[in-house]
Design a protein around this ligand. Structure first.
Ligand code: PBG
Ligand code: ZN
Length: 322
């Protein structure tokens, strides 16, 4: 007798009933790039629809987003003084600190604030840590990153998200946060972050490209899948609350594999290059943007992520795609 899986696809009612993957608005985190100044809304060329915002404009935009249900944001600071030792990254007067304070003052616990922890936008050389010669020195980088996390926690960040890929930074950060009374500040680790050409547009947005060399001595080699589990398991043991895979689309196998190897929530970062490729093709009329975006979002969840960081969030919420 012929097997007929098509029975369960007969009409939309039965398809809805048997759908294995459900997307929820609660899964989305929207990234923002914050700059100094006033009245600044500056479009980022390589990322259509995404802007640099000064704090005053950020507050207004977040308010609009909150009305639609965008209540989790990820903040990146741009345009700070760049130094060899990244000291502006942990200043209590940084633009990210000012943004956290202004947002918390206005929205309190209605808004969940996550901050990116990395120094590449704060160093003259554009690397994600402190250089000793040409090498990004691990342990001194962890010290600086931990101080940056503490400064954000003190300003009121709910969660910090280290994206540097130094060894031991979760433990370093957790220890410093706890010692200062911030035991409830959560850590979402960019656990499995590959050295990827998909970050191209972001580096324009954050002005964070390395001046010399690349990030391959700290970010992962895209040929490696097994090694990624080591990164995830270590971060879990060091005290991460959420593990992230980045980029997302070309790394679905890694999301799936991580799902089998941890009990923690898994986030994926649908990065700038993935976003801009969709935007560019849609602008050409070559693809249906809504359909492509929603297909991608479901694929992340099917692979095993329940948290999605994506620049598409605003379109999804504003245009009622979900
Ligand atoms: C900084 C950082 C990067 C991204 C997030 N945090 C860039 C990089 O590591 O080069 C990428 C985000 C994106 O492409 O959307 N370490
Ligand atoms: Zn970095």
């Amino acid at each position: 007798m012929i097997q007929r899986p098509r029975r369960l696809r007969k009409n939309s009612i039965i398809r809805e009933m048997v759908a294995e993957t459900r997307l929820s608005k609660d899964m989305f985190i929207y990234p923002y790039f914050v700059v100094d100044g006033k009245n600044v809304i500056h479009p980022i060329d390589a990322m259509p629809g995404i802007n640099h915002y000064s704090v005053d404009e950020l507050v207004k935009d977040v308010e609009k987003g909150l009305k639609l249900g965008i209540n989790k944001i990820l903040l990146f600071g741009v345009g700070e003084q760049k130094t060899e030792d990244a000291s502006s990254s942990y200043s209590n007067n940084s633009v990210v600190v000012k943004a956290i304070v202004a947002l918390k003052e206005k929205f309190g616990d209605q808004l969940y604030i996550i901050t990116d922890i990395c120094v590449c936008a704060y160093t003259t050389h554009g690397h994600c840590g402190i250089l000793h010669g040409d090498y990004v020195h691990n342990d001194s980088s962890v010290e600086v990153l931990s101080k940056m996390a503490l400064a954000h926690a003190q300003a009121g960040a709910d969660m910090v998200a280290p994206s540097d890929m130094m060894d031991g930074r979760i433990e370093g950060m957790r220890t410093l946060l706890d010692a200062n009374g911030y035991e409830n500040t959560a850590i979402m680790s960019y656990s499995i972050k590959y050295a990827s050409a998909y970050y191209g547009p972001f580096r324009e947005a954050a002005d964070s490209a390395p001046q010399k060399g690349d990030r391959k001595s700290y970010q992962m080699d895209y040929r490696n899948g097994n090694e990624s589990m080591t990164e995830g398991i270590l971060d879990e043991a060091e005290g991460a609350d959420i593990l992230m895979v980045k980029p997302a689309l070309a790394y679905m196998d890694v999301i799936f594999n991580l799902r089998q190897n941890t009990l923690l929530p898994i986030a994926c970062y649908n990065v700038s290059g993935e976003y801009s490729m969709v935007k560019a093709a849609a602008a050409k009329g070559w693809i249906d943007e809504q359909k492509i975006v929603m297909e991608n979002m479901h694929a992340f969840v099917r692979a095993g992520a329940t948290i999605i960081i994506t620049y598409h969030t605003k379109d999804i919420f504003e245009k009622g795609w979900l």
